[in-house]
Write a protein that binds this ligand. Structure first.
Ligand SMILES: Cc1ncc(COP(=O)(O)O)c(C=O)c1O
Length: 487
């Protein structure tokens, strides 16, 4: 009897296919209207979420819901529960971390991706994913001026791109590592600057290299890796019997957006036979501007490179574009024979699951394609150029202000600075600036972040939302001045 009751309840609870789709048709229009209004008025919300830890959890029942609400009911829930807990990454007032945008063509891409529910696995399971991704990544390669000969693949994040780069480098250094594991031979050593992102440390940890074998190379006064220090570290390691195998250069470091001298690093990598990976997660997008091409000078000699269109190329999170000149090494790191996935096309195509840790993968390339199609290269260039101009103007304001000072060069659209009123002692500046940051973000009108580099606490303003305009920057200046007076 209980089984029967459960069955009847279950059947009643699930609408027919037709009813479900009809509800979707009606409600999705409402959501699109809501999303369009949201995009136009996101400034009305405090940009940094004002909730406390646990507030959102408290809005949700502890037990899973027995009865469904239907599509219509769920939409109200999202507005009631989720919206208060949002920090508004899609707002032009968001200038923290690296600011991003999810613009209309990107949102439409996500909608298509969800509706089509493609899963790459192997070519025949979604020829469109394989081929659209291949073409759109080749467009992006051309846009940033990378030479031909790079194989491209989309991962979710730069964390995974970096992991895959180091995995490929390891597969080249120890060809049989997939079978034997890291058992014999001299210890592998890898290198990155002191300012490299922690994704490099994570890759070293996950791949069994060990963080002790990731050497952090000294930086110059502009936060760039010192090539001569890299060379010395490699030579010391060789003399000590280690096996140097990989170096990561960063184009646009996370704290100060410094650009490592990739050409000089490439010379050293080539001389010692190291795999060179370029992490251009944020900065790489700027190379679509002819006047910014210099940032990727030498990157054509790299073994691999990644950039994140979900950072500064107006694609909804997540999407990291990865390129390598050695797809066979990448394949060696990840390909695995699965008889149940063999197809008649395996000799003609590159099955994406052979080039990364995941078997299944979603159709991320669609949103990148739609964004490039919608705005064109010229449109994207105009937005990025506009951001750099806004950053230049803000930098000039800081430079000329009696109570603020710049703390790092500004190659892109991120400005690092601090308040330094003449009467405040150096040892008190970190506390003063932390207090200033708290007050600025508590206004809810802007959201900026902080970092520590070269031993100094800094504030960071990162312009990267495509709707950020001069009026938002003017408001930020006003807020900084007012809050500093309170501090
Ligand atoms: C230089 C750099 N590399 C890697 C990352 C990690 O990116 P993701 O969040 O895509 O893993 C970041 C994040 O800001 C970054 O700035």
């Amino acid at each position: 009897l209980t089984d029967l009751v459960d069955l009847v309840t279950a059947n009643d609870a699930v609408p027919s296919r037709e009813a479900d789709i009809e509800a979707f048709r009606q409600e999705a229009h409402r959501v699109v209207d809501w999303a369009a209004s949201y995009l136009g008025r996101s400034e009305q919300y405090p940009v940094l979420s004002q909730v406390s830890p646990g507030d959102i959890t408290a809005l949700l029942p502890v037990a899973p819901p027995l009865d469904g609400l239907g599509v219509a009911g769920t939409i109200g829930e999202v507005e009631r529960v989720v919206v208060p807990g949002l920090t508004h990454w899609n707002s032009p007032e968001f200038m923290a971390y690296f600011a991003t945008t999810s613009p209309p063509p990107g949102i439409i891409g996500e909608l298509y991706t969800a509706a089509l529910n493609q899963n790459a696995l192997v070519w025949q399971s979604s020829p469109a994913i394989h081929e659209v991704e291949g073409v759109v990544l080749d467009w992006l390669r051309q846009m940033i001026g990378l030479p031909e000969g790079f194989f491209g693949i989309i991962y979710d994040t730069a964390s995974i791109s970096t992991l895959c780069a180091v995995a490929a480098a390891r597969a080249r250094a120890v060809p049989d590592v997939g079978n034997t594991g890291m058992v014999d031979g001299p210890r592998l050593r890898m290198y990155a600057s002191q300012e490299a992102h922690s994704v490099v440390d994570k890759a070293a940890t996950i791949l069994g290299i060990g963080r002790e074998n990731l050497r952090k190379i000294a930086i110059d006064e502009d936060f760039r890796m010192k090539p001569e220090a890299l060379n010395v570290a490699i030579e010391d390691d060789l003399a000590a019997g280690f096996h140097p195998f990989c170096v990561v250069a960063t184009v646009g470091t996370t704290s100060t957006t410094s650009v490592d001298p990739v050409s000089d690093i490439a010379d050293i990598a080539e001389r010692h036979g190291l795999w060179l990976h370029v992490d251009a997660a944020y900065g790489g997008a700027a190379a679509i501007l002819p006047e910014m091409r210099w940032i990727l000078g030498g990157a054509g000699r790299a073994d691999s490179l990644c950039l994140n269109p979900h950072k500064w190329l107006f694609v909804p999170v997540d999407l990291s574009a990865f390129y390598t000149r050695h797809p066979n090494d990448l394949r060696r790191a990840f390909a695995y024979v699965r008889p149940y996935l063999e197809t008649d096309h395996d000799e003609e195509v590159a099955n994406l699951s052979d080039f990364g840790p995941q078997l299944g993968r979603r159709f991320r390339g669609l949103k990148l394609w739609l964004v490039i199609r919608a705005y064109g290269v010229k449109g994207l260039q105009e937005i990025i150029r506009g951001h750099i101009e806004l950053a230049k103007d803000f930098e000039a304001w800081i430079r000329d202000h009696r109570d603020f000072e710049l703390l790092a060069p500004r190659p892109f659209s991120t400005v690092c600075f601090r308040a330094h009123p003449p009467d405040v002692r150096e040892e008190d500046l970190a506390a003063v600036n932390a207090d200033l940051l708290r007050r600025v973000n508590a206004t809810g009108d802007v959201f900026i972040s902080h970092t520590t580099a070269g031993g100094r606490y800094m504030l960071r303003v990162a312009i990267g939302n495509m709707w950020t305009k001069q009026q938002h920057m003017d408001r930020l200046k006003e807020i900084l001045a007012t809050c500093l007076a309170e501090v």
